[in-house]
Design a protein around this ligand. Structure first.
Ligand code: SF4
Length: 205
């Protein structure tokens, strides 16, 4: 793998677009590096591109993306103000779960994105994103409960697509989103703390 440790966000995104480090590259129309400003207070980490994302090369388009925009509008924000990424940058066939070797191959890209963007709050959307910080946990038990991981506060939330399919989860994700402005403000007040301990990350990643 080429050295990505000094890359800018733009260089990283273009490297991802031509990446062939795992078998997922062969079935993609477009890699989906992520989208948003190079510095953002809030970073959303979803699972991987779906059908529409693969077609457009953009994260969270289609119904789930619309709902995400709606949730952001409820807290007076737009998607242009946040960074949206996924743990896996290329679509898995039939939207199957990513394999451990695919997660391992793709992990350095997300690590570098977090390093560049320096978010105050990371919102995990979906299982594989949640497992990065909360291995083995269940979203129905821990959603909306922030945990400090080094300089960032990580908040697990239901995936917007799941909340669209399960109407009972919709008010829960809406309520969890309402906490975000306060959590960002809290991190602004507390300032830098210490580097993210490696032990808090799932060994798979
Ligand atoms: S999923 Fe990640 S590691 Fe695999 S080809 Fe795409 S960008 Fe590369």
């Amino acid at each position: 793998m080429i050295d990505i440790s000094q890359m800018t966000l733009e260089q990283l995104e273009s490297t991802i677009e031509s990446c062939a480090l795992c078998p997922l590259h062969s079935g993609r129309n477009h890699a989906v590096p992520g989208e948003g400003p190079a510095r953002a207070d809030i970073m959303f980490i979803g699972e991987g591109p779906g059908f529409h994302e693969d077609r457009q090369g953009r994260p969270f388009v289609g119904a789930a993306g619309k709902f995400l925009e709606e949730l952001l509008a409820n807290i007076s924000m737009t998607r242009e103000q946040v960074y949206i990424a996924n743990v896996i940058k290329c679509r898995a066939p039939g939207n199957r779960d990513p394999q451990p070797e695919e997660l391992t191959a793709c992990k350095p890209y997300l690590d570098r994105q977090i390093e560049i963007i320096q978010p105050k709050v990371i919102v995990t959307l979906g299982r594989f994103s949640m497992y990065r910080y909360f291995p083995g946990q269940s979203i129905s038990k821990i959603h909306g409960q922030p945990r400090q991981a080094g300089n960032v506060l990580v908040v697990p939330m239901f995936h917007p697509a799941a909340a669209l399919h399960q109407p009972k989860w919709r008010p829960l994700i809406e309520a969890d989103f309402q906490k975000l402005p306060q959590l960002v403000a809290k991190m602004e007040q507390s300032g830098p703390i210490e580097p993210e301990p490696k032990a808090q990350q799932l060994s798979l990643f």
